[in-house]
Design a protein around this ligand. Structure first.
Ligand code: ATR
Length: 279
């Protein structure tokens, strides 16, 4: 493959996306004369933008809020993961056809594998907080890796009920008020809500019910060390931050566009952490 080429990330707004930093780091690391751009695309312009992706010299794109669902609908072909999640975050061209995938589930699970190896071996229940777009990716990742007892709890219960209907019998819904009860004997807790993020309220949750060897994962990465993760560490639990998911979800797209499977390294992580600390 001719390795020069360009890709982009599209969203509305797009200013805060860290994807250009991640892909820019890899382009440099692997000596590829490519480019990765940030493009603000208004919702009304999405269809035209994607139709002219190839004509504008792009090999593909990452897709972020609010275009992930629409990008899935506009793609010529989508893989099973994107269809199950109901959203696409990675697009590429194949013989002029627009292909779509969603690499968030891969990113989440790969980061868990890296930082908490064996996380899925115990067969203990898992608890997932939230019922938004990120929750769908986490549920898909967990179920694909064999999780069969997932307790799902969300402030708006109906959204959790909808996910349980869609994702099947592995999921049991708990009321948000009962979230501490839902933690009882769980080996894994995942926060997929925005609680704990800079500017959002804190997540009020006592982790006392979890197993003593439990893993606590947060998809929030700003701040990197959320109060939830700090509490987990204080209790001697394994804490998994949200940044790894962001880094790992970028790997498959880079490989599709630039022909090299990039590595998520400590250097890359430090580069993004420095940027998070500046902002
Ligand atoms: P995304 O698609 O990025 O996951 P989202 O759909 O807005 O974003 O989801 C945000 C999640 O955080 C939801 O689960 C939301 O709960 P609701 O479904 O009840 O809105 C949760 N969330 C946000 N603010 C919250 C709060 N103050 N208390 C509890 N949950 C909250």
């Amino acid at each position: 493959m001719n390795r020069a080429g360009k890709a982009c990330v599209i969203g509305w707004p797009i200013e805060h996306s860290r994807s250009p930093l991640i892909h820019g780091f890899w382009l440099e690391r692997y000596g590829i004369e490519g480019a990765y751009e940030k493009v603000a695309v208004a919702p009304d312009d999405l269809k035209d933008f994607l139709a002219s992706l190839e004509a504008n010299g792009y090999r593909g794109a990452n897709v972020t809020v609010p275009h992930k669902e629409a990008a899935l609908a506009l793609a010529d072909e989508a893989d099973e993961t994107a269809r199950a999640i109901g959203a696409a975050n990675t697009l590429w061209l194949e013989d002029g056809r627009l292909m779509a995938s969603n690499t968030d589930a891969y990113g989440f699970v790969t980061h868990l594998d890296d930082t908490a190896p064996g996380w899925h071996h115990g067969g203990h229940p898992a608890c997932v907080l939230g019922a938004g777009g990120a929750t769908r990716a986490v549920l898909k990742g967990l179920i694909d890796r064999g999780a069969s007892d997932i307790r799902l709890t969300n402030r708006t219960r109906e959204r959790a009920d909808d996910l349980a209907r869609e994702f099947g019998p592995a999921i049991t819904v708990y009321d948000w008020a009962d979230r501490e009860r839902a933690l009882k004997d769980c080996g894994l807790l995942v926060n997929t809500t925005s609680l704990g993020m800079v500017g959002a309220p804190a997540l009020q949750l006592d982790l006392g019910g979890l197993r003593s060897d439990a893993i606590v994962a947060d998809i929030v990465y700003a701040p990197l060390e959320t109060e939830l993760l700090a509490q987990a560490r204080e209790r001697g639990l394994r804490a998994v931050d949200g940044l790894g998911m962001l880094l790992h979800q970028a790997v498959p797209g880079f490989e599709k566009w630039f022909g090299v499977r990039p590595e998520v390294t400590g250097d890359l992580r430090s580069r993004i952490v420095a940027d998070l600390e500046e902002s």
